[in-house]
Each structure stands twice: as C-alpha cells, then as structure tokens.
Design a protein around this ligand. Structure first.
Ligand code: ATP
Ligand code: BTN
Length: 294
C-alpha cells in the first residue's frame, strides 16, 4: 500500500498556512509553529508558566525529544506527523484531568473520520488505534496550584504520512499511519483544522458540564477484554468492565472484586504480552510538572 511518505519536511505546515486553516474561536489562535523543537509539550509547559492563554497551540514539524508517558520516546520522521500541544486552564480538579485526554481522543477520532473516512478507536488510557495498531498517542501533563489545576498541557502525536516500517520494530504496541491505512497521502492542514475545531467544541461543552465518559466508553476497544495491568513490579489481570467519569478503568479481578485502575499508575497489555510488561518499571503519568502555592 502506498504511504505517501516524504523524505524532506512538507511545505504544507507553516504559521501562515495554519492560521488560514483555523475555524476556531480560541483554540490555536495563539500559535507557535516550530520547524524543529525538542518536545512541543516541553515548549508549551514553559509558555504556560509564562502565562500563555488557554487554547495556545505549539506545533512542530519535527521533535528531537518527543516523549510519551513514563518518559518513553515518541518518534516521528520530519514532515510526517501532527506533533502538537495545547494549553488548557480547565475548571477541573487534578483527578478529573484525564477528561482532557478523553475529549482530545474523541476529537482525534472525529477529525480522522472526517478527513479520511477511516473509523479509528481508542485504547485505554491514551492511544488511538486503527486496524489494531497505534496511530496516535496523547500525553497530558498538569501543573497544580494547591488542590486545583493551574494549567494542563495536552500533547498529541498522530502518524499521518509515514511508512510504519520506518519506525522501530520494537514499539510496545505495533504502529500504523493514516496514509498507510487510507492508501493515499493525507492533508495535514485540513486534518489539523478539523481536529482543533472538534477540540474547541468539546472543550466548551466540557466547561458547560458535558462528560466525555459515555462517548469515550463506546469507542474504547479495551472494554470487554481481558487485560494485564502492570503497576511497578506488580501485575494483575482481569476483565475490563467499564470506565468511570474520570477515565479510570474498572477491572473485574478473578476473585470477583472490582478494581479501579488510574491511567497515571499503570501500563496495560493484552494477556499474551504479560512477560515483557512484567519486566518494566514505571513512574506516574500525571505527575505534576510544577507546584505553586501549596
Ligand atoms: P503503548 O502505546 O505502547 O501501548 P502507552 O500508551 O502506555 O503504551 P506511552 O507510555 O505513552 O504509551 O509511550 C509511548 C509509546 O509509544 C512508546 O513506548 C513507543 O512504544 C510508542 N511510539 C513511539 N513513537 C510512536 C509512533 N510514531 N507511533 C506509534 N507508537 C509510537
Ligand atoms: C503516548 O503514546 O502515549 C503519548 C505520546 C504523545 C506524543 C506527543 S508528540 C507531541 C507532544 N510532544 C511530546 O513530547 N509528546 C507529545
């Protein structure tokens, strides 16, 4: 299948082109476009600390130190992907912040479907999958002010026009790209415009009291499956039965107890991956990036 990947950076992403493609009121209106950076999440955190407004978009064509949860690497050849971070100042308690990951995941599904006709799904807690392979990941990082969220940075890496064979073969979850699944090159600008529009609509709804839980649960491939959870050195398995309003996974253990699993604490593998996941050690995802005033 043709994947439309290019060797050089696409000419289609630039601050001017992105501004022209925006249909939003505030998401992306404060825009930082970088041909190359270490990590858009790192840049966005710095800008948020300096007071950047809600909706600020940091987007790069290439990252030298892109990261996922637990400081794992996010890899993407230049010009191949959407690599971006959004700053939010949500009226949420820290334990509710996974709702931002949830709404951005749903916005990704919507944008992918609009732009390619492909129906992607979600894998708990922060992946987007197509044909059983990972096409996008979301990394949400928080800064707390006392018991509330001062700001949240939601980072998204979406494989658009790339040959999955160019990614390392030992990724934890096998990867794919939109171009690979669609059999054609996909326009990153329209995709970005559709995504930001969907984020804004859902974020405004969230601020007005909407909960992403139901829609998110419907698109989670994880539910109804047996899962193995790795928490530090410990692992346990059970049946993924549901999710709560804050995106915690409800796992029915074999002894009949229901265990609530927080996204920040664990990695999830299908049962056949137990052996490799048992060997891994992990830190917490939602570790506050900075504390102010308590
Ligand atoms: P996984 O996505 O592997 O199931 P996870 O959701 O816990 O696990 P993170 O902990 O955020 O993922 O780590 C990011 C992981 O994404 C890396 O460990 C790596 O396996 C994978 N990865 C890195 N770059 C890409 C990419 N371009 N496409 C798909 N997966 C990638
Ligand atoms: C995951 O796979 O679980 C999360 C991956 C998030 C990667 C994106 S790429 C843009 C932003 N900047 C980063 O350093 N990470 C996120």
């Amino acid at each position: 299948m043709s994947d439309g990947s290019r060797k050089a950076t696409d000419a289609d992403l630039s601050a001017e082109a992105i501004r022209a493609a925006l249909t939003t009121r505030f998401v992306g209106r404060n825009l930082v476009y970088l041909p190359e950076t270490d990590s858009t999440n790192t840049k966005a955190r710095r800008l948020a600390r300096q007071g950047a407004p809600e909706g600020t978009l940091v987007i790069a064509d290439y990252q030298t130190a892109g990261r996922g949860r637990f400081n794992r690497r996010w890899l993407a050849p230049p010009g191949s992907s959407l690599l971006l971070s959004l700053i939010f100042r949500p009226p949420l308690a820290p334990h509710q912040a996974q709702r931002l990951t949830m709404l951005c995941g749903l916005a990704l599904l919507e944008a992918i479907e609009t732009e390619t006709g492909l129906r992607a799904d979600l894998k708990w807690p922060n992946d987007v999958v197509l044909a059983g392979r990972k096409v996008a990941g979301i990394l949400t990082e928080l800064s707390l002010r006392g018991a509330t969220v001062d700001y949240a940075v939601v980072g998204v890496g979406l494989n658009v026009n790339l040959d999955p064979a160019r990614l390392p073969a030992d990724l934890l979850t096998p990867a794919t790209a939109l171009s690979h699944e669609a059999g054609r090159r996909v326009d990153r600008l329209s995709l970005l415009g559709a995504f930001l529009q969907a984020v804004e609509q859902r974020y405004l709804a969230l601020r007005a009291g909407w909960s992403p839980r139901e829609e998110w649960a419907r698109r989670l491939v994880t539910l109804g499956r047996r899962v193995v959870i790795s928490e530090g050195e410990r692992t346990f398995d059970g049946l993924a039965e549901g999710v709560d309003a804050d995106g915690a996974l409800l796992v029915r253990l074999d002894d009949g107890r229901l265990r609530k699993v927080l996204a920040g604490d664990v990695t999830l593998r299908p049962p056949e991956r137990l052996q490799s996941s048992r060997l891994r050690r992990f830190a917490a995802t939602f570790a506050p990036v900075r504390r102010k005033g308590g």
